[in-house]
Write a protein that binds this ligand. Structure first.
Ligand SMILES: [Mg+2]
Length: 267
């Protein structure tokens, strides 16, 4: 029989910064030994898939780049389908620009020819970038974003994420972002299940954020498991907009969901 596919969020689920969550390596190993296909998903567009795979491999979870899906990959797949070869102005960091260029998009700062503005996580965001994006949006360019996270957790706190760039562009252009491809968008699910070779209802989504990981999995018809090693605490669940099928102390409890032949939902 086909073993369920597993979609793992990364930060807060598999690792915290540069530290593996205890038991993550053994869990992934167990799932692979039992023929569960696995992909790792991240909203973060700051690193390439190869970088994430290298990081996981360094942390002793051997991973190929095609087992990682991040928001910049999903964006580039979507744009390649909907607007191939478009002139794009990305407010983002070099890995995103490289991914766009590699897929045949032309990076442009000419406000009259920019067809698409992409808002992303950009730690060198400044007034010049804001103005170029603003002028292009005023002239009718499409308005897309890699992800909408307000902040990104880092050691000792949080830093502004792509949500801040979206907010700045929306604030001056008086336009709303048209499409955010990262979690909880169905577009990222589409790429994940294609990679897993499973239907959505044959997948388990494991993550630490209710409003992205769990919401996305649930909307897609997947079984969902929240882990308490990241941003969500058990007491946060009372007011949460969606309820996960399973609440796990950590990733180490994932194998026990498969002690029978299927993922079974809690009553
Ligand atoms: Mg997370």
């Amino acid at each position: 029989m086909r073993r369920p596919g597993i979609i793992f969020d990364l930060d807060g689920t598999v690792y915290l910064g540069d530290r593996l969550i205890p038991g993550a390596r053994e869990t992934v190993q167990w799932l692979r030994q039992h023929d569960h296909p696995i992909v790792f998903v991240s909203n973060k567009p700051l690193q390439s898939r190869a970088d994430y795979a290298a990081k996981l491999t360094r942390l002793d979870i051997p991973t190929r780049p095609d087992e990682v899906i991040n928001s910049s990959l999903v964006l580039v797949r979507y744009m390649s389908r909907e607007m191939p070869g478009a002139a794009v102005y990305p407010v983002g960091e070099p890995p995103l620009l490289e991914e766009l260029t590699a897929a045949g998009f032309r990076i442009s700062e000419d406000r009259d020819e920019i067809e698409v503005v992409v808002a992303s996580f950009d730690r060198s965001f400044d007034y010049r970038k804001l103005d170029i994006a603003f002028q292009a949006l005023r002239r009718g360019a499409r308005f897309l974003a890699t992800n909408a996270d307000a902040t990104c957790p880092v050691e000792g706190g949080e830093i502004p994420d792509a949500g801040a760039v979206i907010g700045a562009l929306e604030g001056c252009s008086k336009r709303e972002v048209e499409l955010v491809v990262g979690k909880p968008s169905p577009l990222i699910v589409e790429v994940a299940i294609e990679q897993l070779g499973r239907r959505a209802d044959e997948c388990l989504m494991v993550g630490d954020r209710v409003e992205t990981d769990i919401l996305m999995g649930q909307r897609a018809g997947m079984t969902t498991a929240l882990v308490l090693t990241g941003v969500t605490r058990r007491e946060d669940l009372a007011g949460a907009p969606v309820r996960p099928d399973h609440v796990l102390g950590s990733i180490t409890e994932v194998p026990r969901l498969f002690s029978s032949e299927d993922v079974t939902r809690d009553p």
